[in-house]
Design a binder for this molecule. Structure first.
Ligand SMILES: Nc1ncnc2c1ncn2[C@@H]1O[C@H](COP(=O)(O)OP(=O)(O)OP(=O)(O)O)[C@@H](O)[C@H]1O
Ligand SMILES: [Mg+2]
Length: 260
């Protein structure tokens, strides 16, 4: 099982869109995937057509040992091989409750091997702030996948998430890798092209080759509650999320499969 945390302190940069569509693409390629909604906004839950009000236990209940059997709370999504551990507003308590526990940043690290045992990929959709949920996600993940827009403020904001990644590496997860994913990219926009070049020069391997274009089909598919791969299978966004899945699979095979 490999765990990918989709993360960024910046809001609205396509974290949830990336989590659901990367998950759908990996499932389409034959992998068993678990999506975990770590955000009280429950956008990932909605994105696969589930109702947050029907979610009776969340990742917080697992972390706090409120549920004994994980089996009953992992829901199928209607998409083959794609499962969901959903969220609801109860997750708002996480930022107050977790820091009261000792060693609170590694609570999920201890639980994930059990929840994720039957899956090849577990994808965590983080909320847009540097809190207990995000540090728990980074402490357990093999890859921090950081969607970012080609906008000055988005790129400026990267320094905060990268600093958190450095700290989590030192304290809890030395092998945590990160990859930047450029989203909502408009090839015709000169500033986008310039900032892409900048990221390429500054981050080298840290920047994924796949770039996600601006595509209104992604907005439609969120409303429809299905991944764009199913809503508009031939759209540019769907093609690029499949390319992203290939790039991630390749990375996992080349890098993570090697014996330490
Ligand atoms: N490539 C894209 N082209 C067009 N619209 C997009 C694209 N990616 C995401 N969007 C839209 O942008 C909005 C924000 O996306 P999303 O909810 O995935 O971001 P987020 O980072 O998860 O936000 P939050 O920080 O609130 O969790 C959504 O309406 C989504 O449909
Ligand atoms: Mg989100």
């Amino acid at each position: 099982m490999k765990c990918i945390a989709v993360t960024n302190e910046k809001g609205g940069v396509a974290k949830t869109t990336t989590a659901v569509n990367l998950g759908a693409a990996l499932a389409e390629m034959g992998h068993r995937v678990l999506l975990i909604d770590m955000d009280a906004q429950a956008n990932l839950t909605l994105a696969v057509g589930a109702d947050p009000q029907q979610i009776h236990a969340t990742i917080l209940d697992i972390i706090l040992d409120n549920v004994l059997s994980t089996e009953e709370i992992l829901k199928p999504t209607g998409i083959e091989r794609l499962h969901l551990l959903g969220s609801n507003s109860g997750l708002n308590l996480a930022e107050r409750l977790l820091p009261r526990q000792s060693g609170y940043e590694t609570l999920l690290q201890k639980k994930l091997p059990f929840i994720g045992a039957k899956f090849e990929y577990v994808i965590l959709d983080c909320p847009p702030f540097l809190g207990a949920m995000m540090s728990n996600a980074l402490a357990v993940a093999e890859i921090a996948l950081i969607p970012t827009q080609a906008e000055f403020f988005s790129i400026y904001a990267l320094k905060n998430i990268l600093a958190l990644i450095r700290r989590i590496r030192e304290q809890h997860n030395p092998s945590l890798a990160y990859r930047l994913l450029l989203t909502m990219f408009d090839q015709r926009n000169r500033i986008h092209r310039t900032l892409y070049q900048y990221l390429h020069e500054h981050f080298a391997d840290g920047l994924l080759e796949t770039v996600i274009p601006t595509d209104t089909r992604l907005r439609e598919s969120a409303i429809a509650g299905v991944p764009v791969l199913h809503h508009a299978p031939k759209s540019r966004a769907a093609l690029q999320y499949r390319a992203l899945a290939q790039e991630i699979i390749h990375y996992v095979q080349e890098t993570l499969a090697q014996p330490a």
